[in-house]
Design a protein around this ligand. Structure first.
Ligand SMILES: Cc1ncc(COP(=O)(O)O)c(C=O)c1O
Length: 431
């Protein structure tokens, strides 16, 4: 750990500067780390290089957006060409149609598409659309689900779940949101008997909530309950879209939602979000068909800008035949097992969780089925583990899950395993 301080002196100075202009010294608190973050100057393939010249194998991968790794040549070439032709037309252009067609071809439940600039925006407009379509106000979300900072969904993310996740959320914004337990269909069923919902929003794999896949039976039953209730089932596939399968979690679990929210990978490394679903629902965003007050607004200055569309198209075309995703999923299965073996050899109670190319470790002997178990685990040990890895050239954002990308090679994974092994030796010495 001490050598992190020795090796990152320029980062330390940048952090001192940053503290004057950013609350908490960072542009987004999720990127905060102790004692201070390193500052990146270059990213290529599986590696980040910081301002002091240190190299890190990156398993955070741009908030899981970069499934091909940093700056993949296939995307970079096309983006550079597009930039020469314009970065932001503010008019209609062919690329937006082509990317929407490509997304609709790959995502089973997607017939029509609208682009946004972030996952948060896409979720926000999806909720509005669901309310417009169903003419209901109440919505439901699952415990531990993270859907971005939109008021109505910024509840019950991290325990204690009954404590506001942020100040500034009004009672008015909260009163129409009901929180349902994750992976507990009996309790969900009871709650759904009591209310009529416009939408039930779920991450098929809890991301920020601990990298916990929904049980397939849970998702299937949730699908049925939503149909009975008349609620739209919304999959937030901002992380799982184009990662678990070419058609995302809905293809992987074989459960179709009514509406799907996309983001991250879809942008090919540029800011993006998308709302997708069947024509019957999506057309509520068409003011030529639905006049006020029925019309459901969506829009934004940079929506479908040609740079994001170019990058996204190159990304989806690279993933379309499924080879990269299948390979990553197989590697993920193997790597989670190998990580679990490392902890087991030292008789440490650690749950290695995840699915496909996503992984996480929780320091507990309890089976991890929901966010409560994640927060009952030893979070301090997890923080020490991730700090140890970072100080030794393997970057996982503190206490967050990790993701494999196509740019990671065997040596990168071996380094994660060997540094984990080294950490477990230190841990044994200290405890
Ligand atoms: C599942 C999920 N939904 C929505 C969001 C919000 O997306 P963005 O950060 O692009 O606004 C995130 C971001 O991490 C996410 O993980």
């Amino acid at each position: 750990m001490n050598h992190y301080l020795d090796d990152t002196q320029k980062s330390k100075r940048l952090y001192e500067r940053a503290k004057h202009v950013f609350p908490a010294g960072v542009a987004y608190f999720v990127r905060h780390m102790e004692p201070y973050p390193f500052y990146t100057v270059k990213a290529k393939g599986s590696k980040l290089v910081d301002v002091d010249g240190n190299e890190y194998i990156d398993f955070w991968m741009g908030h899981f957006a970069l499934i091909l790794g940093h700056s993949p040549p296939t995307i970079m070439k096309q983006v550079k060409r597009q930039i020469e032709k314009g970065t932001h037309y503010g008019t209609c252009h062919e690329l937006e149609i082509t990317l929407a067609e490509q997304a609709a071809k790959m995502v089973p439940s997607a017939e029509m598409v609208r682009f946004t600039n972030s996952g948060t925006e896409a979720v926000m407009y999806t909720i509005r659309l669901a309310r417009s379509y169903t003419k209901r106000e109440k919505i439901a979300k699952l415990e531990g689900g993270w859907h971005g900072g939109y008021d109505a969904l910024h509840v019950a993310v991290k325990p204690p779940l009954n404590l506001a996740q942020s100040s500034g959320l009004t009672e008015g914004a909260m009163k129409d949101t009901v929180v349902l337990p994750f992976n507990d269909i009996n309790r969900v069923e009871k709650a759904m008997r009591r209310e009529k919902f416009a939408a039930v929003v779920v991450e098929p794999v809890l991301g920020a909530g601990g990298c916990i896949p929904a049980e397939k039976e849970f998702l299937k039953a949730l699908r049925e309950l939503c149909s009975e209730n008349g609620a739209l089932l919304v999959f937030d596939e901002v992380i799982t879209g184009f990662r678990l399968a070419t058609g995302g979690a809905q293809q992987f679990f074989n459960v179709l939602p009514d509406l799907t929210v996309l983001g991250k990978i879809l942008g090919g490394g540029f800011p993006v979000g998308a709302i997708t679903g069947p024509r019957e629902i999506m057309e509520f965003m068409d003011p030529l068909l639905y006049e006020r007050p029925k019309f459901s607004f969506h829009g934004g200055t940079f929506c479908a800008n040609p740079v994001t569309m170019t990058a996204g198209l190159a990304m989806l075309r690279a993933l379309e035949n499924g080879e990269i995703i299948s390979r990553l999923n197989r590697r993920g299965d193997k790597m989670r097992q190998e990580l679990a073996d490392v902890f087991e050899r030292r008789s440490l109670s650690v749950q290695v969780v995840g699915v496909g190319s996503l992984f996480h470790t929780h320091f507990t002997d309890e089976e991890i089925k929901d966010v409560h178990a994640v927060f009952r685990a030893d979070r301090e040990k997890l923080r020490q583990y991730h700090m140890y890895l970072t100080a030794n050239g393997v970057f996982l954002l503190t206490a967050k899950m990790g993701a494999l990308s196509a740019a990671h090679n065997e040596q990168d994974v071996d380094k994660l395993l060997s540094e984990t092994e080294n950490f477990t030796k230190e841990l044994r010495r200290c405890y």
